[in-house]
Design a protein around this ligand. Structure first.
Ligand SMILES: Nc1ncnc2c1ncn2[C@@H]1O[C@H](COP(=O)(O)OP(=O)(O)O)[C@@H](O)[C@H]1O
Ligand code: SF4
Ligand SMILES: [Mg+2]
Length: 329
């Protein structure tokens, strides 16, 4: 594997006051993973499992009450090595858009609502391109055409576009400088299914053409089946399973992954999908041992006493579960 991003033992906690008590919300708790050059790495897991916090921590976008407790994030951009937490803030900022960019759920946060879309492109990308104004606008127009977007839309205001079109424009903006690494956080969650399909195929096409790596976050396993090359399943701030997409769907090993895959609707099968008992844990007071144990149909005595380590059980597959690895690990 040719690694582009390496995340080692990352812990990021929020400080929160709950019921008058000062607590730490352990949103990212000892996550290690590597994203290869040119791959779409999918992160899945239910709401509040720490996906967005993981992204913020990887991108170095850390503001109180969030803090990085420990761990390391290394990028290999431009043939070099960048340790994101050891970098000066201005150097970290310089990576944005050129090497690393984001696609968020609400496209309105990126496109300036009171200015024509053209200005958003100028604000973000002009100084990086180092060309004259007219050449810059010509390049933007060519980029839009390549993504099958009408360059005339540059003269529109964001509110004049449909949600799907706006999200496609955000993707165009995020990819104008051909970044090596693109982080997408629930980029299609607010869109209806048809528009979602268009946006996903656009992302896939960009990825093929530009060879960028994606960190693609969504709770929607159906979306992962379409776009992700590999998937990491997050439960309550921890990575519990990781595998190439086909393997994960064909033979999920972790009981939580089995639940996620098993609850996907199947064509022609109207039987009710099994639901999971209990609720996701409060990350300020997570269960001891395996965080999934209060809800796990396969739990054993050891599960509430010891944290199952993430073990490589076969090439390209890691799982954190005593029922899979045995309790001697
Ligand atoms: N600013 C904050 N202060 C305290 N806790 C937070 C804050 N933002 C998020 N959290 C908590 O961190 C956990 C993970 O949240 P998040 O990363 O947004 O999850 P996801 O993206 O998977 O829905 C949740 O328990 C959430 O309540
Ligand atoms: S370690 Fe135990 S509780 Fe956790 S998923 Fe495996 S069997 Fe279930
Ligand atoms: Mg989120």
């Amino acid at each position: 594997m040719d690694p582009l991003v390496e995340i080692e033992n990352l812990k990021a906690y929020y400080r929160a006051f709950l019921y008058g008590v000062d607590r730490e919300v352990r949103a990212v708790d000892d996550i290690s993973l590597t994203i290869a050059r040119g791959e779409v790495y999918g992160v899945a897991g239910e709401s509040s499992s720490g996906k967005t916090t993981l992204i913020k921590t990887i991108a170095g976008a850390i503001r109180p009450p969030l803090r990085v407790v420990s761990g390391k994030v290394t990028f290999h951009f431009d043939g070099g090595t960048q340790d994101i937490y050891a970098m000066k803030p201005e150097d970290r900022l310089a990576l944005r858009w050129k090497h690393l960019s984001y696609i968020m759920q609400g496209s309105m946060n990126v496109l300036n609502p009171v200015r024509r879309i053209r200005h958003s492109f100028t604000d973000f990308a002009f100084r990086h391109m180092k060309v004259s104004g007219p050449v810059f606008l010509e390049r933007v127009a060519t980029h839009l055409q390549r993504l099958k977007l009408d360059p005339h839309l540059l003269d529109a205001y964001p509110h004049e576009l449909s949600g799907g079109m706006r999200q496609r424009m955000t993707i165009a903006l995020a990819t104008i400088l051909t970044p090596e690494f693109i982080i997408a956080d629930e980029p299609t969650t607010a869109l209806d299914v048809i528009v979602q399909r268009d946006v996903l195929s656009m992302i896939r096409e960009i990825q093929r053409e530009m060879g960028s790596s994606f960190l693609f976050v969504t709770h929607d396993m159906g979306v992962h089946a379409t776009v992700s090359d590999r998937i990491g399943i997050v439960y309550a701030g921890r990575l519990v399973e990781e595998a190439p997409t086909a393997k994960l769907f064909n033979m999920p090993l972790h009981p939580y992954t089995q639940h996620l895959v098993g609850s996907l609707p199947r064509i022609g099968d109207a039987t009710a999908r099994p639901s999971l008992e209990g609720r996701p844990p409060n990350l300020a007071m997570p269960p001891e041992g395996c965080r999934f144990h209060p809800r796990c149909p396969k739990r054993m005595e050891i599960c509430s006493q010891k944290v199952p380590p993430l073990v490589t059980v076969e090439p390209q597959r890691r799982v954190a579960c005593f029922a899979v690895t045995g309790d001697q690990v």
